[in-house]
Design a protein around this ligand. Structure first.
Ligand SMILES: Nc1ncnc2c1ncn2[C@@H]1O[C@H](COP(=O)(O)OP(=O)(O)O)[C@@H](O)[C@H]1O
Ligand SMILES: [Mg+2]
Length: 216
C-alpha cells in the first residue's frame, strides 16, 4: 500500500494541539516571528478548521453558528471534508515541494474533541482517516497540556463574554484525557507543560522544532 509519508523527502507537517486556551496561537505567533527574524523560508502556517475556502466556511458553521446542534458524527464528517480539501490543496503540494507546513490543529483535534469516550465514533474516524489520508500523519505534534481550569481562566481573561460553564469544564477534561491517551500511543506527539510562562515554553518548543528542521 502506498505510504504517503515516504513521498516526502524533505517536506513535512508539524501540528500544534491542545485544548482552547492552552496557548497554541501564542506559541505559533512566536514561531512565526522567529522564522521571520531568521529569514527562514519555505515554512507555511495554517490552521484547522480552515486552511481553504471551504474549510473557513466549515469553521464558521461549527464555531459560530450556535443555532445548529450538530451531532458528533456530522461534525466529524464536516471536519474531514474540510481537512481533505486542506490536505490535498494546501498541505500535500507544499510537502511535495520539500516545504514545511505548521498547522494550528489537525487530525488529533477531531479525535480529542469529537470522539469523547465513544469507541464507535473513534472507529468511524479511524476508518475515514485510512480511506481518505492513507494514515498520513504529521512528523511532529506539539501537544500543549494544561489543566482545563487554568485554560478557562485564561480564556475568560481574554474575552469576558466567553464564559465557560461546568459542563464545558468536564468536556475539556475529556478532551485533555483523549489527547494524553493519544500521546501515549504515538511517538510523534510530544507533551509540553502549557502552564509554564510563555517564553520558557517557547524555548522548549523551539528546541524540538529546530531539531526536526535541521535533520532534513
Ligand atoms: N504560557 C502562558 N501563560 C499565561 N497566559 C498565556 C500563556 N499562553 C497563552 N496565554 C494567554 O492565554 C490566552 C489563550 O491563549 P491562546 O494562545 O489564544 O490559546 P489557544 O490558541 O490554544 O486557544 C491568551 O489570552 C494568551 O495571551
Ligand atoms: Mg488559538
Amino acid at each position: 500500500m502506498l505510504n504517503r509519508n515516504k513521498l516526502n523527502k524533505g517536506g513535512f507537517l508539524i501540528t500544534f494541539e491542545g485544548i482552547d486556551g492552552s496557548g497554541k496561537s501564542t506559541q505559533i505567533k512566536k514561531l512565526q516571528n522567529l522564522f521571520k527574524k531568521k529569514k527562514i523560508k519555505n515554512i507555511y502556517f495554517t490552521r484547522e478548521p480552515g486552511g481553504s475556502e471551504f474549510g473557513n466556511k466549515v469553521r464558521k458553521l461549527l464555531l459560530n453558528d450556535s443555532n445548529i446542534n450538530f451531532t458528533n458524527e456530522s461534525q466529524i464528517l464536516l471536519l474531514l471534508a474540510s481537512r481533505f480539501e486542506h490536505y490535498n490543496r494546501f498541505i500535500l503540494p507544499i510537502i511535495k515541494e520539500n516545504g514545511i507546513v505548521i498547522s494550528d490543529r489537525f487530525q488529533d483535534s477531531t479525535y480529542a474533541y469529537q470522539c469523547g469516550n465513544n469507541k464507535k465514533l473513534y472507529d468511524i474516524l479511524k476508518y475515514l482517516n485510512y480511506s481518505l489520508f492513507r494514515n498520513f500523519e504529521p512528523k511532529l505534534t506539539i501537544l500543549l497540556d494544561i489543566n482545563p481550569k487554568l485554560a478557562v481562566q485564561r480564556i475568560n481573561k481574554r474575552n469576558k463574554k466567553n464564559l465557560f460553564d461546568k459542563k464545558t469544564l468536564s468536556f475539556y477534561k475529556t478532551v485533555r484525557k483523549n489527547y494524553l491517551k493519544l500521546a501515549r500511543e504515538k511517538k510523534r506527539i510530544k507533551v509540553f507543560d502549557a502552564s509554564l510562562n510563555k517564553d520558557l515554553l517557547f524555548d522548549n518548543i523551539n528546541k524540538i522544532i529546530t531539531k526536526e528542521i535541521d535533520k532534513r
